[in-house]
Structures are given as structure tokens and as C-alpha cells.
Design a protein around this ligand. Sequence first.
Ligand SMILES: [Zn+2]
Ligand SMILES: [Zn+2]
Length: 446
Amino acid sequence: MTGLTVIVIPQPTVNGPLHIGHLSGPFLAADIAARAARLRGERVLTLAGIDVHPNYVLTKAENLGMDVGEMVTKFRTQITTAFELAGVGYDAFLDPQSEAYRAAIPKILGELVDNGTFPMRDLILHRCADCGRTMHHSYVVGKCANCGSGANGLSCEPCGSFTSAQTLVDASCARCGGTPEPWPVTVPVIPLEEYRDRLVGQWMQAELPGRVRTVLEHYLYVPLPDYPVAYPTNWGIECGGPLAGMRVDFPTELGISYLYGPANALRPEATNLAEWVGAWRDIEDVWHFNGIDNAFYFAILYPAILAAAGISKPSMRGATVNELYLLEGQKFSTSRNHALWADEFLAAEDAELVRLYLSWDRPDRYESNFTDAGYRAFCAWVQPLLAGDGATGALPVELAAAELERAEQALHLVGFDSALAVRCLLNALSTGTGRDSVAMAALLGR
Ligand SMILES: [Zn+2]
Ligand SMILES: [Zn+2]
């Protein structure tokens, strides 16, 4: 029997509902891949969940003037409704609001600190000289040291680099505009450099898109950081024992949840690190679905946490990433209310058609673009085909531009797929357009 593959569907942060851009990225793709694997007879275990502990959640509630608990309940319901309506299934749900999860995460962290795997180190973190907040994640803003784009303390959206108050250029407090004040602390870290050999081994073996490899290449030439796994701040799961007063760093929480989640699903009676690690005996590897901007986390931090915990097999088999999805030519934006909320859209539409359209137009290799006219034309074209009336024929002309764009994108050196390009070109030609396209000239050798 083949080994079990864990498929990670990332946990959405509960600072808003899912929009269809999110859905078009990791969520539908992971569900489709998991279903296809099962139909081939492969063994997969899908992990989904929600993410309550990034301080983006508290920031959002404060900006909305809402009680954070009420806000989390509201968005959590919208997110899980969207999963249900879209047919996004899972074998285990990582629920940071459940007692068992809230006990297990600091327990695993505490054991790794106690046995010296996560050593205590003297670090300089930063806090705001004016409001006193620990400057991490949504509390800090500055410029990416790698590409100069504006970023918070998590990662840089355009280039995928790791960012923190310590690495951002011209950092300031994102909440009050205050100045960062160096803050000597003694906190537990994962010394990522100690995992270099195992990480590089996994990077060599894993199926990773070029853009992920570009992020990783940077770390072939610079040391991997001592990454703080817990520190004093005002949001996140509280630690106990010798770490009292600190809270679990939220990406560390996610990394630990990818150890705990499958272990708990396979062996619910386990209650300590050795038993949770033991439950991994049957697991062959892990496949991540995620946005390109999270590459540092799914390709460095999470595999290092599994290795630190004692999972000895190469654990990262690969990652499927996506770019941003556009809405009528512009980025989705909650603040400008330029969004189509997944739960509302799915409630009003046929979920099977939404799954098909978002897959047909998936922003996998470039930023593709949702248009209402395109979606409506797609539905009118596809519905008779799904009903078995295959003779209804040609692609609607509204969809020709998207087919030609995909054909041309499929002819780039990276991700070259001429079979896909031919299919897209033929569809476009069936509308009477595309004879002057790049794809036509290249494929026909004109
Ligand atoms: Zn401040
Ligand atoms: Zn950058």
C-alpha cells in the first residue's frame, strides 16, 4: 500500500470572509487535487481550518470598532459556509478555538523548549516607542529589504521575501505611526540554520515552482535566521510554565498544527510529542497549496518545525502555488469594497459552475481576471455540455481573450505546455478570433 500524503489547505485568517479570488487559489485547487488522488486510489489526508491568531484579526476588529469575539464568529461562519457551498471537503479541521487544539499547540512548543530543540536566545526585537505594542505582523510596516515594496512583518507580496520589524527598511508602527525601539528579550527560537542540510535536501527533491525556488535561492547565500517561536505580545495562544507571559508566534502555531493535525486525526488518543510524532509513521509526505507570498513559511519554517519535532522522512513533496486573481481588471480590495464574497456568490450561483469557471481561469501561472461577462458566457456555454448536449459547440466570443492569454502564457519557457496552448488556441479559433495571435504564429511555425 502506498504511503499517506498530507494535503494542506491553508487556514484562512478570520479578518474577513473569503472572496472568490481566495477560492480560485489554494482552496478549490487543493480540493480538486485531493478528490482526483482518491479516485486514482492514492491515500491522502486533507487538512483545513481557520486561523484566528494573526494580529491582523485584532487589528481588523479594532478598525471596525467590533468586539473581536463577535467578529471572529461572524467571519468564521462566512468562511465555513463558503467551504461547504463550494464543496471544499477535508479530513481534519484545525480549529484554534477548540480546547484540544489550544492545549496541544503550547504543549508541543513547551516540550521542544524543555528538551532544548528550541533554545532560549537573547534577541533584539522591536516595540513601538509610543503605543508599546510588540512590532510584529500587522503592527509593523516598512519596505522590503529585498525589493523595496511596502510590507508588514510577515512576507513581501511581490517578491515573497521573509519580512519582520528587524528586516524591514524604514519600519514604523502600523497602528500609531510610532518609532521602533530596540527591545532586548530572551525568547525561544528555532535556529533554522541548524536545519539547512535537511531543508536543502527537501528543496532538491520537492516539486516546487520557479518562483518558490527564487525565494529559496536567496537562502543559499545568506544565513537562515534564528526565528522567534514565542514572545511577549497581546494576541495569540498564551504559553505557560517557563514561557508564561509569552504567546505562540502565529506562523509557528501553523507549523505545529501541521504536525498535530494529521497526528490527531490518525491517533486521537495521543497526548504528548512522542505519541504525536509516532502517529506520523504511516505518513509519507506533505503537499502544500498556498499563495506564492507564503513560500518562506511552507518551504522553510514548516518543514524545519517538522524536522525539529523528530519527523525524519523528507516531508515536503511539493507545493502548488497561485498568483493573485483580479476582479474586472483590478485587485480585490476589502477597503474599497471591490470584491465578490465567496459565500454570497456561491449561495446565488450553481457551485459546480463556479468550481469549473474558477478552475478554467485559475491564476496559477499569471494573474488572471474574473469578469462577470466572462463568467455568464462560460455558464451559458458549459451548462448544455454538462447536461450531455455536446453538440452545442463553439466557445462564446467573450471567452476568447482569456483562452488566447492562457495559450500565450503556456508557451513561456517556465511551465511550457504546448498541449494546453493548442487546446486554448483551438477554442479561441472556434469563436472566429485568434488568427493573429502569438500562440497561432508560434504553434504553426509561421
Ligand atoms: Zn504604536
Ligand atoms: Zn519584496
